[in-house]
Design a protein around this ligand. Structure first.
Ligand code: FJE
Ligand code: FE
Length: 303
């Protein structure tokens, strides 16, 4: 049967909301504030996602020199900009609406610091890597705001960070299969978005209020809430308010592997973590360039 709108294929089994968390502000880095939803005590891991932080940073606060191994960091700016610099001399500025998809692989040491004026806001998601890929060469995929695929249909705007929606696709390659969609819904709009059945998926509300799940009579959810979705083939969402609703929908194929984490090092076994600490302290197996490198901020972050 042809559908009335391309945007909204019928779903056979829309996902329901199975858990809801309010992300309250906490301190991270040096003087930075994050609302952490995934990665906090009550929700250590939502396979393959390790951390979701909605951050707010005003200079001189920031995230000075620190390492990563075994996963990817995805930084998506909402307001202002962050300047980054790594131990191989890769540097740049992530401005409003821009994306940095960083595959740390075997190791990156870098700083992430705010622009000098104003408050810089964004989202940082940590996506775990499979044991096969934890020690790959680091890689960056960077998209400026104007290069992020965006379309509007039936009162729904989507920016496709990863995966596809409303007929458009992101060029980002996701080593761990991942979808990341930034939706803005007008009042009275209704969304149906397919999600692969075997994937874990969540919604994080940025602005306004929305109704998510199987029942359009359920209560609405507002900003800074994380919603974990249950089994099913997609997400239904409604904006029944009089203001814009903005949220991200993120999904990923679960790795189903053992996890041992020590701060910014995420491996499968304790032995691999011990080896990683050894590599970091001795500048080996990917951390060679850390020996003589300091960012212009100099300070380093404890973890
Ligand atoms: C980190 C503490 C940290 N969330 N959101 C310990 F804060 C960090 C870290 C970040 C981070 C950076 C940005 Cl730009 C945005 C963030 C945590 O850098 F990596 C460790 N280990
Ligand atoms: Fe980092």
């Amino acid at each position: 049967m042809p559908q009335k709108h391309d945007c909204c294929p019928a779903l056979n089994d829309p996902r329901s909301v199975v858990r809801k968390f309010l992300a309250r502000p906490q301190h991270e880095g040096v003087g930075a504030i994050v609302r952490r939803s995934i990665g906090r005590f009550e929700l250590r891991y939502f396979d393959p996602f390790l951390v979701l932080d909605e951050f707010s940073v005003t200079a001189p606060a920031g995230f000075p020199d620190h390492p990563h191994r075994g996963f990817e960091t995805v930084t998506y700016m909402l307001q202002g900009s962050i300047t980054h610099e790594d131990f191989e001399g890769h540097k740049g500025t992530i401005g409003a609406g821009d994306l940095q998809w960083m595959t740390a692989g075997r190791g990156i040491v870098h700083s992430e610091m705010p622009a000098p004026q104003g408050t810089q806001k964004g989202l940082q998601l940590w996506v775990n890597l499979s044991s096969k890929y934890k020690m790959i060469e680091p890689r960056y995929q960077e998209l400026s705001s104007k290069d992020i695929a965006e379309t509007t249909k039936d009162g729904i705007k989507v920016r496709v960070i990863a995966g596809e929606a409303l007929g458009i696709k992101s060029p980002v390659y996701t080593r761990t299969p991942t979808m990341y969609l930034d939706f803005t819904m007008e009042p009275e709009s209704h969304l149906r978005q397919p999600i692969p059945k075997s994937w874990n998926a969540f919604v994080y509300v940025l602005e306004g209020e929305g109704i998510f799940g199987r029942l359009k009579s359920s209560s609405s959810v507002n900003a800074h809430h994380l919603l974990l979705l249950g089994a099913g083939d997609g997400l239904e969402a409604w904006n029944k308010s009089s203001k814009l609703l903005r949220f991200i929908l993120v999904g990923g194929e679960p790795l189903g592997e053992p996890l041992v984490q020590f701060g910014p090092f995420v491996m499968n076994t304790q032995e691999e973590i011990d080896q990683t600490i050894d590599d970091f302290e001795n500048y080996t197996n990917g951390f060679e360039n850390a020996r003589h490198w300091r960012s212009e901020f100099g300070l380093s972050l404890d973890f």
